[in-house]
Design a protein around this ligand. Structure first.
Ligand code: ACO
Length: 378
């Protein structure tokens, strides 16, 4: 490949240097700021993980307290934002669209949009409030005010249903948010970096990133993976159902990945969390059925697509875990954004420090040599 070659989708093109996360698709390894994902996701709090991405080291107790406080005090959203969310609810807009509309209003109020750190804190702090407030409005209920005494992910669960969650539920949500917080140069992260590279602001960057995340090829739908488990319904039906799907040439949702040629390491982390969570609470029957679906799907994919190495991806266990936590599938992608905004802001801060506009070229393939004709001669 030379500098002048067109690379569809920029596949394999290195578009940035980052210290944030590194993906080894052949070995199935995801490293975040030098730590294997599996050592961080289930041990760190959301705030610790965020601090690590922003400052490239884990916080000491005082620093952790400071970042926790800084987020907690920024959780409230202005009345103008509630007005936008109510208007979106009146039109039954999808949750991810309402989140994008709400995100665009985050520069209202007292935030200094020229200050990247203030923008980053505000965006991360308020995403859960936007999602939970909208979800309540959509269901004709008053949003709950955020609680300053709860951690970031515990407050998110609280705002969704007004109840304090058990430690097991809080841990499961925190592990999920940590697992999806950063993942290399994915489409939404690239979008955020392009916006920041023009010396635009952090709120614009996360709003644009949400637009990129929404598409089914990216933030997509772990929903269909769960629908498939529900449709299968019983252990006896697993193999006939999956074979029929593969015979029709359909794809099994929750399997295969564009980068990983082995099992997605995020699936491993979420599978371990799901095993722990469902041993204590949740729908154990559904969990056992999902495990059978996974085992059979991987076996059949190896039979139908030999040599393709189609393994379980992050979406399969995302669906199972978030469903276990009582979230409807309409909240799956918005909850992905509640985690990923940590990565977007970290990339935004990194891109700002590099201070270089991202401006690739396009190969022109249109007409040449045309001559102007006045409208009457066309
Ligand atoms: N089920 C059945 N067959 C599959 C699947 C699947 N889940 N995934 C790939 N294949 C088949 C393809 O049809 C293709 O077969 P062919 O060569 O006979 O035409 C072969 O395996 C290779 O597939 P590609 O499309 O080249 O795989 P790619 O790596 O480009 O695609 C993708 C990755 C889009 C994720 C694909 O595996 C897929 O559609 N999976 C199901 C949807 C899904 O789970 N998406 C979430 C991904 S995780 C994430 O993005 C966060």
């Amino acid at each position: 490949m030379t500098l002048n070659d067109f690379v569809p989708g920029l596949k394999g093109v290195i578009a940035a240097r980052t210290r944030l996360s590194s993906i080894d698709g052949d070995k199935g390894k995801l490293t975040v700021a030098g730590y294997p994902l599996e050592s961080l996701a289930c041990n760190a709090s959301f705030e610790e993980m965020l601090y690590l991405l922003w400052y490239d080291r884990l916080p000491d107790a005082g620093e952790l307290n400071d970042v926790t406080e800084a987020l907690a005090k920024r959780r409230g959203i202005p009345e103008a934002t509630h007005v936008v969310l109510r208007a979106a609810a009146a039109e039954r807009a999808p949750v991810i669209d309402a989140l994008r509309m709400g995100a665009a209003t985050l520069s209202l109020g007292s935030i200094d949009t020229a200050d990247e750190c203030a923008g980053a804190l505000t965006a991360v702090a308020r995403f859960p409030t936007l999602v939970a407030s909208y979800w309540r409005s959509l269901n004709g209920e008053e949003p709950f005010a955020p609680r300053r005494d709860l951690g970031h992910s515990a407050n998110y669960l609280y705002m969704l249903n007004g109840e304090e969650s058990s430690p097991a539920r809080n841990r499961a949500m925190e592990t999920y948010l940590n697992t999806v917080m950063d993942h290399g140069m994915n489409a939404s992260t690239f979008t955020a970096r392009v916006i920041i590279s023009t010396q635009s602001d952090m709120i614009s960057a996360v709003t644009g990133a949400l637009g990129a995340l929404k598409g089914p090829l990216h933030g997509g739908a772990p929903g269909p993976a769960l629908d498939m488990v529900f449709e299968i319904g019983s252990v006896e039906n697993v193999e006939p159902y999956l074979r029929a799907k593969l015979d029709r040439g359909e794809r099994l949702m929750g399997f295969g990945h564009a980068v990983y040629r082995v099992r997605d390491p995020r699936a491993d982390v979420l599978a371990a969390e799901a095993a722990r969570f469902f041993s204590e609470e949740g729908d154990r029957k559904l969990y056992d059925l999902a495990l059978e679906v996974e085992r059979t799907a991987v076996r059949l994919l190896a039979e139908y697509k030999p040599g393709r190495n189609l393994e379980t991806n992050v979406e399969f266990y995302t669906a199972l875990l978030l469903h276990g936590l009582g979230l409807p599938s309409a909240l799956f992608t918005p909850t992905f954004a509640v985690g990923r905004v940590g990565g977007w802001t970290a990339h935004g801060l990194e891109q700002r420090a590099q201070d270089r506009i991202i401006r690739p070229r396009a190969e022109y393939v249109g007409a040449t040599g045309r001559r102007w004709k006045p409208v009457g001669e066309r």
